[in-house]
Design a protein around this ligand. Sequence first.
Ligand SMILES: Nc1ncnc2c1ncn2[C@@H]1O[C@H](COP(=O)(O)OP(=O)(O)O)[C@@H](O)[C@H]1O
Ligand SMILES: [Mg+2]
Length: 250
Amino acid sequence: MLELQQVSLEVEGDKSFEILKNINLKFYEKKIYVVTGPNGGGKSSLAKIIMGVYNPTSGKIQLDGQDITPLNITERARMGIGYAFQNPPRFKGLKVKDLLRMAASHNPEKINICDLLYDVGLCAQDYLNRDVDVSLSGGEMKRIEIATVLARNLKVAVFDEPEAGIDLWSFQKLAETFRDIHVKYDTTIVIISHQERIMELADEIIIMSNGMISAQSERDIILAGIMNNAACACSTKCVKGVGQSAECLG
Ligand SMILES: Nc1ncnc2c1ncn2[C@@H]1O[C@H](COP(=O)(O)OP(=O)(O)O)[C@@H](O)[C@H]1O
Ligand SMILES: [Mg+2]
C-alpha cells in the first residue's frame, strides 16, 4: 500500500505558495484510482510527489510501511513506483523493441515483449521494429508507453492525463487498454484524468481542487454526484463536497 500522510508542498517565490495542503491518501494494491478536478488543482503536483520529482515540504510518504519520503525519483523507481509523462519523450534511432527490452531489463520476471504489445492493443509484428519517434501517432505512443510501464512490473504506476493529445478513436482504445491491464496485472494504477470513460474504470475517484482533496469515494458515488451537479441549475440540492458550487449547495 502507498500512503500519503499529511503531505504538503510549498514553493518559494516572490511569495511562498502552497500547492498541496495536508493531503492524506491511501492507495491499495491492485486498485485503479482516478484523480480529477479543475486545472491548477494540484493533480500533476500530486503525481510528482508520489514519483519523487518533488519532495514534500512536510508530511510523510510510505510504501508498504517503509518511509520513502526522502527518496528521489530513481530510488523510488527502483522500489516500483513509475510515472508516465504527460508528453512522452521520443528518441531518434531507438526502436520499440529496444525501449521495451530496456524497460523490462530490471524486472526479475521474464517478460515477453510481444505479449506486452498485444496487451496494449498493438500488433507486435507491426510495431517491434518501428522507431520511437514522431512517426508514431499520439495514441500509439501512449500505448507503447503503457507497455513500458507494464514491462517494469511496477507496484504503483501513475498516468498524468493519458488522454491528452489523442483522438477520440484512439482514446476509446486507450480506455479499453486500461481496463484490460487492470484485470491482468497486479499494479496499482493512479490515473489523472477528466474523462468520464476513464473515471468509469476507477475503483475509487479522488477530486482535487485548490491543493486539497475535496471529495473521495467509490466510483459510483462520485459519478452520481458529478451527474447530479451537472444537472442542477442552482435550484436543486447537490451532493455535498462534489462540484463545490456554493449556490448549488443551498
Ligand atoms: N514548480 C512550481 N512552481 C510554482 N508553482 C507551481 C509549480 N508547479 C505547479 N505550480 C502551481 O501549482 C498549482 C497546481 O498545479 P498542478 O499540480 O499542475 O495542477 P493540475 O495538474 O491539477 O492542473 C498551479 O497553480 C500551478 O501553477
Ligand atoms: Mg496537470
